[in-house]
Design a protein around this ligand. Structure first.
Ligand code: HEC
Length: 295
């Protein structure tokens, strides 16, 4: 009986912990906008992994579209070849880095100079400082995207947040960013937007300084053997791909974390079995119906 009661108490404690963790306000709730639809990501759930080809395409979208305004200050080019990420080859990373001009120096004349990027360089910033970035974007600040996929989230509400504990839903950030990128609409009648303002269904307060940046056919994807891209070259696909890339940059060791989690889970199951049989063995020395004997 005691064992039953203790396990019941432990179970209750875990559930209370999980509920309060799930109902805490997320890092930055994107409240005020429409709830984003859940996308079917390759990295969903305890067995989810990144799709390498998708991460590689996502980098291309970031490079050709987003990097004009948004920096990713936590990323180095060499990260692009690390395990668990897009896994570009080292030669590819050298070429991708060399595609950027990096300001270096000073040289012997005391002047800064530009040189092609190297794998050890960080992703360059599009603007020298926040003021310059705001001045170029009508006062709005294009924030750093290194960890945006984890820094944004939204309230799931009852009863979804209960279900999320079981399904281990953790993709609120990626779902929001993907929806945001394709969520531009005409403002409702009677709403006047100022120059530089745009209407987005999913943005908190609906008014956003970033214009719609993704259009069908805008980024050319690598072709398969039949001369066609294996995925459609559409705004929706670009959004999913760039968000998968941003999710990886926000959590580069996600695959490792999930794999360790699974191993710990199996270990705990085996250990629980072992404890159960050990307990049985120890208590078996007592006669069946002696007072205090466990059932
Ligand atoms: C022309 C410049 C420009 C480009 C290109 C651009 N953005 Fe933005 N972005 C902005 C600005 C400005 C803001 C700030 C908007 C605001 O605060 O109203 C912003 C905000 C954001 C936000 C934050 C929204 C929030 O919840 O606060 C995300 C996420 C984002 N951009 C992602 C992207 C991605 C991904 C791309 C590439 C597909 C991209 N942006 C391309 C200018 C740009």
């Amino acid at each position: 009986m005691t064992l039953f009661r203790t396990s019941l108490a432990a179970f209750a404690a875990i559930m209370i912990g999980a509920f309060s963790a799930a109902s805490l306000s997320p890092a930055h709730a994107a409240g005020g906008g429409t709830k984003p639809p859940a996308h079917d990501w390759s990295f969903d759930g305890p067995f989810g992994t990144f799709d390498r080809a998708q991460l590689q395409r996502g980098y291309k979208v970031y490079r050709e579209v987003c990097s004009a305004c948004h920096g990713m200050s936590l990323m180095r080019f060499r990260n692009l070849s690390q395990k668990g990420g897009p896994e570009f080859t080292e030669a590819q990373v050298r070429a991708l880095a060399a595609d950027f001009k990096i300001s270096d120096g000073p040289n012997e004349q005391g002047e800064m100079f530009e040189r092609p990027g190297r794998p050890s360089d960080g992703f360059p910033k599009p603007f020298p400082n926040e003021q310059a970035a705001r001045a170029a974007n009508g006062g709005a600040y294009p924030l750093d995207l290194s960890v945006i996929a984890k820094a944004r989230n939204y309230e799931r509400g009852f009863p979804l947040f209960l279900l999320d504990i079981i399904t281990q839903y953790q993709e609120g950030g990626p779902d929001y960013v993907k929806a945001l990128l394709t969520g531009y609409e005409d403002p409702p009648k009677g709403v006047e937007l100022l120059p530089g303002q745009n209407w987005n269904k999913y943005m908190a307060g609906n008014i956003i300084g970033m214009p719609n940046m993704l259009n069908d056919g805008q980024v050319e994807y690598p072709k398969g053997p039949d001369g066609k891209s294996p995925v459609p070259e559409t705004a929706k696909q670009y959004a999913a791909d760039v968000v998968a890339f941003l999710m990886w940059s926000a959590e580069p060791h996600m695959e490792q974390r999930k794999s360790i989690g699974r191993q710990v889970f199996i270990f705990l199951l085996l250990f629980a079995g072992l404890l159960y049989f050990t307990k049985k063995r120890i208590w078996s020395r007592l006669p069946e119906h002696a007072p205090g004997a466990a059932h």
